[in-house]
Design a protein around this ligand. Structure first.
Ligand SMILES: C[S@@+](CC[C@H](N)C(=O)[O-])C[C@H]1O[C@@H](n2cnc3c(N)ncnc32)[C@H](O)[C@@H]1O
Ligand SMILES: [Zn+2]
Length: 269
């Protein structure tokens, strides 16, 4: 619930503290709506929302993740969580909800209101807000113990600011070969092999790499599940759903693929 995390929030316009009373309000008089579904809207008016997951992508993501296909990744993330968690680019809140088995409370941020609708009810101790990860985060400095970031934009300086000294940042990226058996036949966007070096570069000196774990998850999918998986990837912005469905149908009744993740652990200096 938003109440559980309201003290972590800061005004996206002036960084003042926010108090929750039907709406969120800062001492300078800026106010922000809380949607009927329980998430806050903390976007600045000048935000670029073009990369937000659409309603259809969020529905596909919820169906795929709730079916448990990526449960091994959720388990690894949960092991790394304690205290107050910020999930930056949380999507449906799936991993954050899982992390609550080990953590006290969680704040989900994402620029997609469809994602935040889901995240707001992902777990009783999770609150959700629509926000732009490329802007100053609407979060108080030093307020969180762990930032998790799964296949989402990485704003190193801001993750550093919101983490307490000694806090940790957990970044999950696709490894080369991630879903390779689907990418070719379905015409999906392929993983950029340079991504890992870019991650380290973008985080800069503010973080020290303290551990890395590669995780491979074998998948056995029906063609409907493969279409759902494709529908939650960025390719869904480019390849229409009916085209994806037609292409997956051609792959046969059982489709074998492999998800391949890198989980990198960074210590905040
Ligand atoms: C590939 S999804 C990953 C979602 C979630 N972490 C998961 O793994 O299920 C990327 C997410 O980043 C969000 N996103 C894209 N650009 C963003 C931005 N500028 N600020 C905040 N979120 C953004 C999308 O809306 C989407 O939910
Ligand atoms: Zn303000």
């Amino acid at each position: 619930m938003l109440e559980d995390v309201a003290d972590l929030l800061a005004c996206p316009l002036c960084a003042g503290s926010l108090t929750l009373d039907g709406v969120l309000r800062c001492p300078s008089g800026h106010s922000f709506d809380v949607a009927r579904q329980g998430y806050a809207s903390l976007l600045r008016g000048d935000a670029h929302t073009g990369t937000a997951d659409t309603a259809a992508m969020v529905t596909a993501r919820a169906a795929f993740l709730d079916a448990g296909h990526y449960a091994p990744l959720a388990a690894v993330l949960t092991e790394l969580c304690e205290g107050t968690i910020l999930d930056a680019g949380a999507g449906t809140g799936h991993y954050l909800a899982a992390a609550m088995a080990a953590a006290d409370r969680g704040l989900a941020l994402d620029i997609s209101k469809f994602a935040m609708r889901r995240a707001a009810r992902a777990h009783p101790r999770v609150g959700a807000a629509v926000a732009d990860l490329w802007a100053d985060l609407p979060v108080r400095s030093g307020a969180v113990d762990v930032v998790i970031n799964v296949f989402a934009p990485r704003n190193g300086p801001e993750y550093h600011r919101v983490l307490r000294p000694g806090g940790r940042l957990v970044v999950v990226t696709p490894r080369p070969g991630h879903l390779a058996d689907l990418i070719g036949p379905l015409g999906l966007l392929s993983v950029d092999a340079r991504k890992d070096s870019r991650v380290a570069g973008a985080l800069g000196d503010a973080f020290t790499l303290s551990g890395e774990r590669d995780l491979t998850v074998p998948l056995e999918l029906t063609s409907a599940e493969a279409a759902t998986l494709a529908g939650m990837t960025p390719s869904a912005h480019h390849v229409p759903a009916d085209v994806l469905a037609a292409r997956t149908a051609e792959l046969g009744p059982v489709i074998e693929a492999e998800a391949s993740f890198r989980v990198a652990l960074y210590a905040r200096a």
